[in-house]
Design a binder for this molecule. Structure first.
Ligand code: SF4
Length: 354
C-alpha cells in the first residue's frame, strides 16, 4: 500500500497531539478526527485490521483534510503526515472505495486534460533575453480578471510577450484526489504538449501548478522540456523598476510556496516591492489559505472553505480596510467571497507598484 512508505508518520503521529492547533479543518469543525493524530491512528487501525475503507466516515475524514503541510513544517521531526494523507487517498482509490463525489470530480478533471497555446510563435515568444517563454494560465487564475490584467502589465514591463497556455488539469488535482494513474497521464501529456510548443521557460501563476511541475513531475518520473518559474520568481528575475512602495499589507504565507517547497520567493518579492508586512493572527505557523493545499476542496466541500475563510476574517483587525496579499487566485477568491476581505494577489500588488 502507498501508506507503507510513511511508517514513521503512522507510528509516531498516532500518539502525538503537538500540531493539533495547525489542523485548519480541526480548528473550524472542532473535531479530533480532523487532526494528524487521529488520522494516523485510523490508518494504523487499517493495517492491523481494526479499521477499513468500508467505513465511510473514515474515508470522508481523509477527503476533508486541508493538506496545508503546516504540521509537517512545524513537527520537530518533520514527520510527513501530509504525504501520509495523500498516500491514504491513493490507497482508497486503488481499493475502489473513493466516494461518489470524488469519483465524479476526478472524471471531470480527466475530461479536462488538454491545452492550447495562443500568442506569438515560439521564435518570437519574447523580446527579452529569456528564450522561448510561455505563461501557463490555469483555470483558477484565468477566472480572476484583475490578476490576469496585472500579470499582462508585468510581462509588458519586462518586455516579454509570452504565448499563453490555457487548458485543463496538469495532474495536480488528480494526484491530490488519489487518482495517481490518471495524474500521470495528465503529466505525460502536458510535458509532451510543452515539448511540441517549443517552450523553454514556463512562467506559472498558480502555486499549486508550480508545485506540481517542480515536485510532482519529478516524483512521477516525468521530465519537462523547460525551466519552470513561479510568477514571483519571474518578476524578481526581470528586475523591474518599481516606482511606488507597496505600503502596509498583511501577507499570508502560501501553503505550497512556504510549506511544500520552503521557497522564499514571496518574501523576496514583498521586500523588492517595499511592502511593510504586518503580523497576522495569533501565530505565523498555521495556514490562512482556506484549503489551498487540497486544491479542489472548494469543489468537494465549499462549506468548509467558507468556514476557513470566516476563521481568517475573524482574525482581521479591520476587515473593511486591511489589505491582504496572497500568492494564489484560489486563496484570494475564498477570502474575498466568504471572508469579505480586501485581497490582492502578488501580481496585482507588483503591478500596482510599477
Ligand atoms: S506531524 Fe509531528 S507534531 Fe504533528 S502529530 Fe505527527 S509527530 Fe506530532
Amino acid at each position: 500500500m502507498h501508506i507503507d512508505k510513511f511508517e514513521e508518520a503512522i507510528m509516531n503521529c498516532r500518539f502525538c497531539f503537538m500540531c493539533r492547533h495547525l489542523s485548519a479543518i480541526g480548528n473550524v469543525r472542532f473535531t479530533e478526527v480532523d487532526t494528524p493524530r487521529i488520522r494516523a491512528a485510523m490508518l494504523y487501525g487499517l493495517r492491523t485490521g481494526t479499521n477499513s475503507f468500508d467505513d465511510e466516515d473514515f474515508v470522508d475524514a481523509l477527503y476533508r483534510q486541508d493538506l496545508s503541510a503546516c504540521c509537517v513544517r512545524h513537527c520537530v521531526n518533520h514527520y510527513d503526515e501530509n504525504g501520509l494523507a495523500l498516500a491514504a487517498r491513493a490507497d482508497v482509490v486503488e481499493a475502489g472505495k473513493a466516494p461518489e463525489a470524488v469519483k465524479r470530480l476526478a472524471a471531470k478533471l480527466v475530461r479536462s486534460i488538454g491545452w492550447k497555446a495562443e500568442g506569438p510563435s515560439s521564435a518570437k515568444a519574447t523580446e527579452g533575453k529569456a528564450g522561448d517563454v510561455a505563461w501557463f494560465l490555469d483555470g483558477t487564475t484565468a477566472a480572476d480578471k484583475a490578476a490576469v490584467a496585472a500579470a499582462k502589465k508585468l510581462f509588458a514591463a519586462a518586455k516579454a510577450s509570452p504565448k499563453i497556455i490555457t487548458g485543463g488539469c496538469i495532474g495536480k488535482a488528480l494526484k491530490v484526489l488519489g487518482f495517481r494513474r490518471a495524474a500521470l497521464t495528465a503529466m505525460d501529456e502536458f510535458a509532451a504538449f510543452l515539448e511540441k510548443e517549443g517552450v523553454k521557460t514556463l512562467v506559472v501563476s498558480n502555486p499549486a501548478a508550480v508545485n506540481a511541475l517542480k515536485q510532482d513531475y519529478p516524483e512521477f518520473g516525468v521530465k519537462l522540456p523547460c525551466e519552470v518559474k513561479s510568477m514571483a520568481g519571474f518578476i524578481l528575475q526581470a528586475k523591474l523598476k518599481f516606482s511606488k512602495p507597496a505600503g502596509e499589507v498583511y501577507a499570508l504565507a502560501d501553503d505550497f510556496i512556504r510549506n511544500y517547497q520552503g521557497c522564499a520567493c514571496m518574501d523576496k518579492l514583498l521586500a523588492a516591492l517595499k511592502a511593510t508586512c504586518k503580523p497576522f493572527g495569533t501565530n505565523d505557523e498555521e495556514t490562512y489559505c482556506c484549503g489551498e493545499g487540497a486544491v479542489v476542496l472548494d469543489k468537494l466541500h465549499p462549506e468548509l472553505v467558507k468556514a476557513l475563510a470566516e476563521y481568517v476574517a475573524a482574525r482581521a483587525d479591520d476587515p473593511k480596510k486591511d489589505r491582504f496579499v496572497v500568492a494564489s487566485a484560489y486563496v484570494k477568491k475564498a477570502l474575498a467571497k466568504y471572508g469579505r476581505l480586501n485581497v490582492v494577489t502578488l501580481e496585482e500588488l507588483a503591478a500596482s507598484c510599477l
